[in-house]
Design a protein around this ligand. Sequence first.
Ligand code: KMH
Ligand code: ZN
Length: 273
Amino acid sequence: MEKLIITCAISGAEVTKNDNSYVPYTVEETAIEAYNAYSAGASIIHLHVRNDDGTPTQDVNRFEETINAIKEKCPNVIIQPSTGGAVGMSNDERLQPIMLKPEMCTLDCGSVNFGGDEVFINSENDVIYFAEKIYKKGILPELECFGKMHIDQVMRLYKKGIIKDHLHFSFVLGIPGGMTGEERDFLFLKDSIPKSATYSVAGVGRFEFKLAELSIKHGGHVRVGLEDNIYISKGVKAEGNKALVKEVVRIASLYGREIASPSEARKILGLKV
Ligand code: KMH
Ligand code: ZN
C-alpha cells in the first residue's frame, strides 16, 4: 500500500484554549504546534491563523509571518493554508493566503450547516470562483467534502475543466449538520471518487480515530488535529497535536502502513519534489 500521508489541522478557527490549552494563537505557538506535529509524523500542516487574542483571521501578513516561522523549524513540511477561514468571512477575505502561492490550500466544495445558526456557505459559483483563482496560481487544492453531494459538485466541475487533476479529496465527517462518520459513510464516499484520485479522511470529535483506522486499512490518508478533535481518548484532552498524530502513527503500525515524509507525500500528490 501507498505510504500514509498524515495531515495535521493544528488549530482551526473555532476551537479555543478553553477547549484545549494547546490550541495555538500566536505565531510562535502555531509554529511550535506545527513542528511538534511534523516531528510526530505529519507531512502536511493544514493551517488557520489567529490573532493573539485567539480570534480567527485570514490576514495575508499573519499567514506570511506564520508560514515563515513554521518553515524555519521544519523547512520541508507541506503547508496547506485554509481558504475556508471562519463562518461568515467573505470570499476575498478567505482567499488571501493564496497570494503567498503555497503548494496546497483547501477548496471547500459545497455548503454545510455548522450547528446552531451557523452555515458555512460555498455556493456553486463560490466554488468556481475559488477554483479558478487557486489553479491560476498553480496551487493544488485539497477538495474538502462534507458529504456525497460535494463529491458530485467536484465531478461536475471536473467535467467542465474547472477542477483539474490531480484530485485529492478530504472527507470531513462528523460535523453537526454535515454527514456522520460511520463506516458505511466512509465506504460510500471512498467508492464515489475516481480510482485515480487520492483521499484523506478527517473525523470530527469521536469519529477521529475510528475513521483514521478505516482509512489506513483501505489505503486512504488521514487528517487529525485539534481543529477536528481535542481528545486523545474519551474525556481525556490531548496534550497537543503531537499526541493526536502519534496515535495515528501507532494505529498505522498495527496495519504495517509506513508513514510518508513530506517529500514522499509530494510524490503521491503529484507536487513538485
Ligand atoms: N472553519 C470552517 C468554517 C477549511 O479549512 O477549508 C472552515 C474550514 C474549512 O475549516
Ligand atoms: Zn480548516
